[in-house]
Design a protein around this ligand. Structure first.
Ligand SMILES: [Zn+2]
Length: 314
């Protein structure tokens, strides 16, 4: 048991706010991937003030359960794989080769060259609890590397692994190409396209008006719904599908490499241009979209819905 109880000092000084400060310390360990320290510190906080830390806590727990038993294999100068050999149903080589292939497919399709360091962690089977976060995998922008965590249920066959790696590696790409400036709906739009696209029956539900077609702010909020409740899960599912449809519309217009150029559009501005964007209080997406597609956010939302409706009637 750790002697470290960071909230004691912080709470004494700042009252309940100290607990938020303690979570900051946990997060700092977590983002350095110092999972043992993060876990010990998180354990003393439980779910944190108002339960806000529960998702982070569960992520740390899953990564810690894995780290206890795992080994790390350095594949090349950018990729390391962390896995628990006794949990795996496939030998290491096919897993490694599939991960390399899937990342390469995304890099080639989206015209992406500068991959950062990536740690792909195949989560331990013990961490595969129904309440675990990121049931379809998740990607965290950590300081030493980007960390992609894959639940053990998706490592039994290479087809599942392929889809989830393409989706998560696309997040690595969006984060780095846009310098973290993409809104969540465009981040997921790109990842959904990379992973093979959305669910076509869902598109019909949008086109018919059965499902709401959310505006940018509403769509971003929809991703934050509570995934533990059936209604929350449905809203999150709709958010992914709406994003996927917008990604596919952008792909339809200019291909996957066009989507790649869109990501670069966030970071290729002159200082003066960035200054104007800020002074106007404009969304960075507005400028990036206009640069590559000659229309902005509102038009993207409107036109994608029109596109789905026209495909439905044709
Ligand atoms: Zn995603």
């Amino acid at each position: 048991m750790s002697e470290r109880k960071p909230w004691v000092d912080l709470s004494a000084r700042y009252g309940a706010n100290g607990e938020y400060g303690a979570w900051k310390l946990v997060q700092e360990d977590y983002y350095w991937d110092r999972i043992d320290q993060a876990y010990e510190a998180a354990r003393s906080l439980g779910a944190g003030p108002m339960g806000l830390g529960i998702t982070t806590y569960r992520m740390i727990e899953a990564e810690w359960m894995t780290r206890r038993e795992s080994e790390q294999v350095e594949v090349n100068d950018w990729l390391t794989i962390e896995w628990v050999a006794s949990d795996a149903e496939l030998p290491f080589e096919p897993i490694r080769d599939q991960i390399l292939r899937s990342c390469k497919v995304v890099a080639d399709e989206f015209d992406y060259e500068d991959t950062p360091k990536v740690l792909v962690t195949l989560l331990a089977r013990a961490a595969n609890a129904p309440w675990a976060p990121g049931r379809h995998g998740f990607c965290v922008d950590k300081y030493p590397y980007e960390k992609i965590c894959i639940p053990s249920a998706l490592t039994h066959d290479v087809a599942d692994l392929d889809e989830v790696i393409r989706h998560e590696y696309a997040h690595v790409m969006t984060m780095n190409r846009s310098n973290g400036l993409v809104p969540i709906w465009l981040d997921e739009a790109t990842a959904m396209v990379a992973g093979g696209g959305g669910h076509k029956p869902a598109y019909l539900s949008f086109a018919s008006g059965e499902w709401p077609w959310r505006k940018p702010m509403e769509l971003a909020q929809a991703f934050q719904e509570n995934r533990e409740s059936p209604i929350g899960r449905q809203v999150v599912w709709q958010a992914y599908q709406q994003s996927a449809a917008m990604g596919e519309y952008l792909e339809f217009l200019k291909g996957k490499d066009g989507l790649g150029r869109l990501l670069d559009g966030y970071t290729n501005n002159t200082l003066l241009c960035n200054l104007f964007i800020r002074l106007r209080g404009e969304e960075p997406s507005e400028e990036a979209l206009n640069e590559v597609y000659d229309f902005g956010i509102e038009a993207l939302f409107y036109r994608t819905h029109e596109w789905l409706s026209s495909r439905r009637s044709s």
